[in-house]
Write a protein of this length. Structure first.
Length: 548
């Protein structure tokens, strides 16, 4: 069934609607947050993560890619959520070796033995797009052979359609969706993911990064064999390495986790705020470590590009924050496309100043959970109230940065961003405004440390969303109740009617496979319509009683 387009779309969309409804009703029922409420919240997240993981393993495709992203967000998601997804990378079911060998011979246009002395009977790793086999060339060199999964292109095309529906729902019925340019985001996702399916582009990207970091003693990128690589096959040097979250491996080889985190930090900062390509999929399966502590970076299928001018403006944003020049920050955000034309820039400057000053007043280098919650509350309100958007060209930059932050938190939960970030900002300012020289350096020295005290653990934001506790926010949510019930009634009714039409067509055309799917859809749509009509009626009755 997983190859059936209608089935995949139905499962993905209904799961999204279900999760959205569960989170909404939970916040409606729990206006007071205490230890018991947080425990229930974690149980709900754990249940959702488990359901997502099971469906991702079953359906594969884009579901796996999204799960890899979520599993790396140790900075945002509670431990119970991460534990349900952390093994998702390793649990992708393998394609039968016979089929993969057929793909390999078809791509090479010859027998496998013409180029390989031996190849492993089964894949040594299975990913969402390709599988890796270990082989040996006739010259004795060991290689990793990445073969595209059978039928994966068709599956991705279907999942893109499902994603489009999900984004359509988010666009019309959530605050975030109404403010973000989700149509452009979908277009960018399709472009980047389609490029990832083309191993020839991954080969080109890998060669680029190999040259870019060729002089690094702390980072290694494997050699690629261009003569053996095609659109669906990628051959590279075999490297013995382990994931960085394998603590037993790190201890066995006396690898210092703080030093390892510093290497990872430097690798990402070199990319994220310098012009050129950046690795947009740095989950733990793609960033490995050798026994001598050397980083190994794999999989350059998903990359983004930062233009030189954008890199300069991003540096100026950081510079403005460090030097408390909020007019510069707002100006650069506007030039980068984060602000819509009618944004109140003076109000934004005031909000930024207030938020940063509140942050700094709590002391140098220290942040508690209470402050973290307040900061992210302010950020949420800022995004909701002000005309702020995420430009599509920065979507994957933000994704890479967030995954990198999660990865750093996993490697070193006690990571000191003050020590790691201060020299980087010093270099930015020196490069950007050399004429201010020593004066600028002194200002940086005095101001960078408190500002760069990046929160070590942002779990409080998701574990106990404080916005749900505010009376004003509760009143706002109550104002949306009527429309949300009508939304769910409309969606379920539409599902019922459309599936009913296809059900009749399947009966007329005698298509048994379509009959089963549409019958299930019809029953689900009808049941959902009845349920939401009942809930809406209860809500109306309760509302009238409270206002009598």
């Amino acid at each position: 069934m997983k190859n059936n387009s209608l089935y995949r779309i139905f499962v993905i969309v209904t799961m999204f609607i279900k999760f959205l409804a569960q989170l909404y009703f939970f916040n409606k029922r729990h206006t007071h947050w205490d230890a018991a409420t947080r425990e229930k919240w974690e149980e709900l997240l754990k249940k959702q993560a488990g359901e997502y993981r099971d469906k991702a393993i079953k359906l594969e495709g884009l579901m796996i890619k999204a799960g890899q992203f979520l599993s790396s967000r140790a900075d945002l998601f509670p431990e119970v959520f991460l534990k349900e997804l952390e093994d998702l990378i390793d649990r992708v079911p393998p394609v039968p070796a016979r089929i993969s060998r057929q793909i390999l011979e078809k791509e090479w246009g010859r027998d496998i033995g013409d180029w390989l002395v031996e190849i492993s009977d089964q894949p040594v790793a299975s990913a969402s797009i390709g599988e890796v086999y270990k082989g040996r060339l006739h010259n004795g060199e060991e290689v990793a052979i990445k073969i595209q999964r059978h039928n994966i292109e068709k599956i991705f095309r279907t999942d893109f359609k499902a994603l489009r529906i999900v984004l359509w729902i988010a666009k019309r019925f959530t605050k975030f969706g109404k403010q973000a340019d989700l149509k452009s985001l979908h277009k960018e996702l399709v472009r980047v993911m389609s490029d990832e399916l083309n191993f020839s582009k991954e080969l080109k990207n890998g060669v680029y990064f190999k040259k870019r970091f060729h002089d690094s003693n702390e980072l290694y990128i494997p050699h690629y064999f261009e003569d053996f690589s095609t659109r669906r096959v990628l051959v590279m040097e075999w490297i013995e390495a382990e994931k960085m979250n394998n603590t037993s491996f790190l201890k066995k080889h006396n690898i210092n986790q703080k030093q390892l985190a510093e290497k990872v930090f430097k690798f990402f900062m070199d990319q994220l705020l310098e012009d050129g390509m950046f690795h947009a999929d740095p989950h733990p399966g793609n960033i490995l470590v050798k026994s001598d502590g050397t980083l190994v970076v794999l999989d350059f299928g998903m990359v983004g590009v930062i233009k030189k001018q954008d890199a300069l403006m991003l540096r100026k944003v950081v510079q403005g924050l460090v030097l408390e020049d909020y007019a510069l920050v707002v100006k650069q955000l506007g030039e980068l496309g984060f602000l819509l034309p009618h944004a109140n820039k003076h109000k934004l400057q005031a909000i930024l100043r207030q938020s940063v000053e509140t942050y700094l007043e709590n002391g140098v280098g220290t942040v508690d959970q209470e402050l973290i919650g307040e900061i992210f509350e302010d950020i949420q309100e800022l995004v909701q109230e002000q005309p702020i958007q995420l430009p599509t060209e920065f979507a994957f930059l933000g994704r890479a940065a967030s995954i990198a932050l999660g990865l750093l938190t996993i490697v070193d939960p006690e990571i000191d961003f003050i020590k790691l970030g201060k020299p980087v900002v010093q270099d930015w300012i020196n490069d950007t405004e050399e004429e201010e020289g020593s004066l600028q350096f002194q200002v940086l020295k005095d101001s960078a440390k408190p500002l760069l005290a990046v929160p070590r653990n942002l779990n409080e934001w998701l574990q106990g969303p404080k916005y749900a506790r505010r009376a004003e926010t509760r009143r706002e949510w109550r104002g949306y109740d009527h429309h949300r019930y009508l939304l769910f009634i409309g969606i379920s009714s539409l599902t019922f009617l459309i599936s009913l039409i296809f059900l009749f067509l399947s009966i007329i055309m005698d298509v048994q496979n379509l009959f089963g799917v549409t019958a299930a859809l019809s029953a689900t749509g009808l049941g959902s319509t009845i349920m939401f009509l009942y809930l809406h009626n209860r809500w109306v009755s309760g509302f009238r009683e409270n206002n009598d």
